[in-house]
Design a protein around this ligand. Structure first.
Ligand SMILES: [Zn+2]
Ligand SMILES: [Zn+2]
Length: 329
């Protein structure tokens, strides 16, 4: 069951994103656990979001300076105390209210918190499909599109945070660049039409994705040298930007040449991953999905490969969402 004990926050500590109490280090939830424990329990859902840093646990009244109480019915923090205005004898009621969702990941949607979290659980599970989301959550295709896009954004963020050097002699890394994002993001987040560069290793399934300022040879080569071990065979779909890779200690193949490229030492496990990746490539191309979504789809596939046990994915996801959209102070 959930390992999300309520935190005891000290009200004397100044609140910053670092000191904001975030208590859940790990939770392990099957779909049955999740639906039995959280369905219809608004208080538990709010607690869950607070324990993972998606919603703030405390708010302080700007009039009296004391901690507000959480009013679940009104979906916000309230202060009904009184305070003495400067140089005035008569006390005034604070009458302060702060919506708990204001400025958070949820503020951009009309979905209620329960549907949103159930959607997220479905999205990261192995049984997500539009049909399931339509029947289980009664969502329109448009809402599913939007929420899939929100979810992919979080997963791309997770991948960026967890990028590391991949490949090595005897391995093959496929690289690709794509434009990502259609909505407006805040300055320090992925900006609209941001170029992303990704690479994945056919043998190990390791993956990296990094935002890049442009797609010139100079920029991409710098990323390749930072994230791909020299000696790796690098596969791309064009020569132009990467024709100097050979000088930097990499073996470069284009996709057209690489189709018939067979690694003689590749094992069954690696083949499975390679098949999975190539299937994903095919599916994304066949469905005519926009190129900027490709990084998103690859990131989701990598996220699921990384967290092979589906019960661990929800926790990782909402922690990443909280990292990308910390509640305002
Ligand atoms: Zn957790
Ligand atoms: Zn007050």
């Amino acid at each position: 069951m959930a390992n999300c004990a309520p935190a005891t926050a000290s009200s004397s500590e100044p609140l910053t994103n670092e000191t904001l109490p975030r208590t859940c280090n790990n939770c392990y939830l099957s779909y049955k656990d999740f639906s039995c424990y959280y369905s219809g329990h608004y208080d538990r859902l709010i607690q869950l979001c607070q324990d993972h840093g998606l919603l703030k646990k405390q708010a302080f009244c700007p009039h009296c300076g004391k901690e507000c109480r959480l009013d679940l019915l009104k979906k916000g923090f309230r202060c009904d105390r009184s305070y003495a205005p400067y140089r005035k004898k008569a006390k005034k009621r604070c009458d302060y209210y702060l919506n708990i969702f204001k400025g958070t990941w949820f503020s951009r949607t009309r979905l209620d918190v329960e549907t949103a979290l159930f959607f997220v659980y479905l999205y990261v599970s192995d049984f997500f499909s539009y049909r399931v989301a339509r029947t289980e959550l009664a969502l329109s295709d448009m809402a599913i599109n939007d929420w899939s896009s929100f979810a992919r954004e979080v997963i791309v963020h997770w991948c960026i945070r967890h990028k590391k050097q991949i490949g090595g002699p005897g391995t093959t890394v496929e690289i690709d660049e794509a434009k990502f994002g259609k909505r407006k993001y805040n300055v320090d987040r992925v900006s609209e039409g941001q170029w992303m560069f990704c690479g994945f290793c056919r043998q190990t399934g390791q993956f990296f994705v990094v935002p890049v300022t442009d797609t010139t040879s100079k920029t991409l080569l710098a990323v390749i040298m930072e994230y791909i071990v020299p000696g790796t065979t690098v596969v791309s779909d064009c020569w132009r930007a990467y024709d100097c890779l050979g000088d930097e200690g990499y073996v470069h193949l284009t996709v057209s040449r690489a189709i018939n490229f067979v690694d003689p030492v590749i094992d069954a496990h690696s083949n499975a991953i390679a098949r999975r990746w190539s299937k994903l490539r095919e599916t994304t191309a066949r469905c005519g999905r926009r190129r900027y979504n490709f990084v998103g789809y690859l990131s989701v596939a990598y996220f699921k490969l990384h967290f092979q046990d589906p019960k661990t994915r929800f926790h990782a996801f909402i922690k990443a969402a909280a990292d990308l959209y910390p509640p305002p102070l």
